[in-house]
Design a protein around this ligand. Structure first.
Ligand code: ASP
Length: 342
């Protein structure tokens, strides 16, 4: 079967945000997908493609990841990121030739899975590169704190000052969030963290490799030290033989639902759009939370769903080209979908 490479990125699910920012968000999303698509078009891998797309969004100040991350209650940046790649198992015939006894017993080859993640990062402009370094240069999967930042130095990832990641826009939003918090003090919702805006990408390459990557500054007004789903493999990011997934939204709800692993495993029985919708409905039923998920299956079929107000999406498909979507809940995405709105 010939595989058509596909890349989907999201710029977060949440409130509509200022209309004036929409054209630039669209441009940023398409530029990020373009960066990943160039890699896929040149015959490169899904893993490099999702990293390139997420890195471009981390560098863009309008998205809540890397530069422009939302701030903690103390006004500081603390970022989470994760990556995962699934290399498909060799075909059954090749397995039987290499290991006739295993084949005779019916042993089922599994995809080779690799992952890396970081939490609470304050001094790295591109946390997605550090998550990749955890995967490639350590025996571990999730690292945090000073040790993770030491790894950055060893892996040749530039460190910056924490304040270099704070944009005027993020500071202004923080002031607004703090004012709302003060107003709401005493009410049950007074301490609840607000907006979302994480970035993520999933891809399938021509060799059938599936990859997912997610990066975030977390939710605004979070307590210092809070870690969300974007650092947790299985919650905010996942890839395995059936597909790849990346999530956004209320991290606590996403972790409880193990959203991305549940969605990827459900791809064994369903197609991506229906699977994404069911996964979000189950999350909402479980916790009442708001979230979004993007998916690609091993055949390159895309899917997404969210129950927030909107979700930014962009997609590259080697057969259909580029598409951007400022998606309301329950719109479909993919080949033959209606023209982008925005
Ligand atoms: N899921 C992220 C978190 O809870 C936030 C987001 O998606 O915007 O940290």
């Amino acid at each position: 079967m010939r595989i058509t490479p596909v890349l989907i990125a999201h710029g977060g699910a949440g409130g509509r945000g200022p209309a004036a920012e929409r054209p630039e968000r669209r441009r940023g999303m398409l530029a990020a997908v373009q960066a990943g698509a160039e890699i896929l078009r040149a015959g490169g891998g899904a893993f490099d493609a999702v990293i390139a797309a997420v890195r471009a969004l981390e560098d863009h100040p309008l998205f809540n990841a890397g530069l422009g991350s939302l701030l903690t209650i103390e006004g500081t940046v603390e970022m989470d990121a994760s990556v995962m790649v699934a290399v498909p198992p060799p075909r059954r015939a090749a397995v039987a030739a290499a290991n006739p006894r295993g084949a005779a017993r019916g042993a089922r080859p599994h995809a080779e899975l690799r992952a890396g993640a970081v939490a609470g990062i304050t001094r790295v402009r591109n946390p997605i590169l550090l998550a990749r370094a955890v995967m490639e240069h350590t025996p571990h999967l999730l690292m945090a704190g000073a040790g993770a930042e030491r790894l950055a130095r060893r892996a040749g990832i530039a460190l910056c000052r924490p304040e270099d990641l704070v944009t005027p826009r993020a500071r202004e939003r923080w002031r607004g969030a703090m004012a709302r918090r003060a107003e709401a003090a005493g009410s049950a919702a007074g301490g609840a963290p607000g907006r979302f805006g994480t970035v993520g990408a999933v891809a399938l390459d021509a060799r059938g490799v599936l990859a997912a990557a997610t990066s975030t500054g977390g939710v605004s007004g979070k307590l210092s030290g809070r870690v969300g789903d974007s650092a947790i493999i299985g919650a905010g990011t996942f890839a395995d033989a059936p597909g790849a997934a990346a999530a956004t939204g209320q991290g606590e709800a996403i972790i409880k639902a193990a959203l991305c692993r549940e969605a990827v495993m459900a791809l064994r029985r369903g197609e991506p759009r229906a699977v994404a919708e069911r996964a979000i409905a189950e999350l909402a039923a479980l916790s009442g939370g708001q979230a979004g998920v993007i998916l690609v299956d091993r055949r390159g079929r895309p899917g997404y769903a969210h129950n927030a107000e909107v979700m930014d999406l962009a997609m590259f498909d080697a057969a259909g080209g580029f598409e951007y979507r400022w998606a309301l809940p329950l719109q479909s995405l993919g080949r033959g979908a209606p023209a982008p709105r925005g």
